[in-house]
Design a protein around this ligand. Structure first.
Ligand SMILES: [Zn+2]
Length: 341
């Protein structure tokens, strides 16, 4: 780690002090490298190539290939999920997170002895004291077939499961089962969200809203291409869990650097945006760096960073008295640090 420059350290400390939430975090994509090294020291003797500063993914397929190469054989038990979650969640808490929403890839269970409830309980048992954790099952556009169909249907009955998320290749067809399963999940008391508007355009986001009935979208950045979609997001109070550094590393929709990123325009348009780290192992990022990048590259003032943190607490799935305490704490931090604008 390079030494912190004196100019950056105060901002970093300010960001750490903000009570906030990480609401877009894939457990497999956050896999701690030290666990991979411990499992296979020879294979993982060197840092991954995608940790290099200048590295950019050439496609989502390349990202998925590297995911399989590094983590495809790691998540084989509830214990492995627990070990990963313990490190990942401690890292979140150390950055001032009060709440984390993480997903695991549901079809991973198809080749595992442990059950879904066992995996979820193992992840939840890894949360440090004081951190609220919600666990989501992530599935792809084509998961609902064969054994995958039975698994999804079963998952909706697990009391341990907090919600479901649609992820994976966004340009695979959106199949008719999806809307029915999403509605059934809500009736079963699960929160529902979906990835959209990362690779596909605003039209696809509109379909996700119409057919899946979600109130939160993961990424959603291409909504900036449609005034009508932006107006709808505002009108319906749809929040976007944005991961700017992820979008830069994957160069989605022509975003080559933070300066190109539309989150400033989304924020200024009155959309409820949060920031999260997405897949920090594969992106070599932290939640703190996401906030730093907003400030450094897109001119977010400290009070605007407070509003982003506030958005993240407002979308958290917690009782209102818990949210209220966090918001009071956030207001205190904002007042204490207002002079440093
Ligand atoms: Zn994601």
């Amino acid at each position: 780690m390079p030494a912190e420059s004196p100019a950056v350290a105060p901002l970093r400390e300010f960001i750490r002090a903000l009570p906030k939430a990480e609401t877009h975090l894939h457990m497999e994509g956050a896999c701690p490298f030290e666990l991979l090294q411990r499992a296979d020291p020879v294979r993982h003797a060197r840092p991954p190539v995608f940790w290099e500063e200048s590295f950019k993914y050439t496609s989502f397929n390349q990202f998925m290939d590297l995911y399989v190469a590094y983590c495809g054989e790691f998540f084989t038990s509830a214990e492995r999920y627990h070990d990963a979650a313990r490190i990942v969640l401690a890292t979140c808490a150390a950055q001032g997170c009060r709440y984390v929403e993480t997903s695991f890839h549901l079809p991973t269970l198809l080749s595992m002895k442990d059950t879904g409830p066992e995996v979820i309980r193992a992840i939840k048992a890894a949360a440090p004291r004081g951190l609220e954790l919600r666990v989501f099952a992530g599935m792809c556009h084509d998961t609902y077939q064969g054994a995958g169909k039975d698994l999804v249907d079963d998952a909706l009955s697990w009391p341990e499961l907090d919600g479901i998320d649609l992820h994976g290749c966004e340009d695979l067809p959106l199949e008719p089962w999806t809307g029915e399963v999403w509605a059934r999940a809500r009736r079963a008391g699960k929160f529902t969200k979906a990835h959209a508007g990362e690779f596909m355009g605003a039209g696809f986001m509109e379909r996700i809203l119409d057919e899946l009935g979600v109130t939160r979208i993961e990424h959603g950045i291409r909504s900036v291409e449609s005034q009508a979609t932006l107006a709808r997001l505002r009108r319906e109070g749809i929040a976007l869990d944005v991961c700017p550094l992820s979008n830069v590393k994957l160069a989605v929709s022509g975003i080559r650097s933070m300066a190109d990123h539309p989150i400033r325009r989304l924020f200024d348009a009155g959309i409820t945006v949060t920031v999260s780290s997405d897949d920090p192992f594969f992106l070599n990022n932290t939640l703190t760096q996401e906030y730093e990048a907003l400030h450094r590259d897109l001119g977010f003032s400290r009070s605007e960073l407070v509003r982003v943190a506030e958005n993240s607490l407002r979308v958290a799935l917690v009782p209102e008295h818990v949210r209220g305490a966090w918001l009071n704490e956030l207001a205190d931090v904002a007042v204490r640090t207002a002079v440093a604008e």
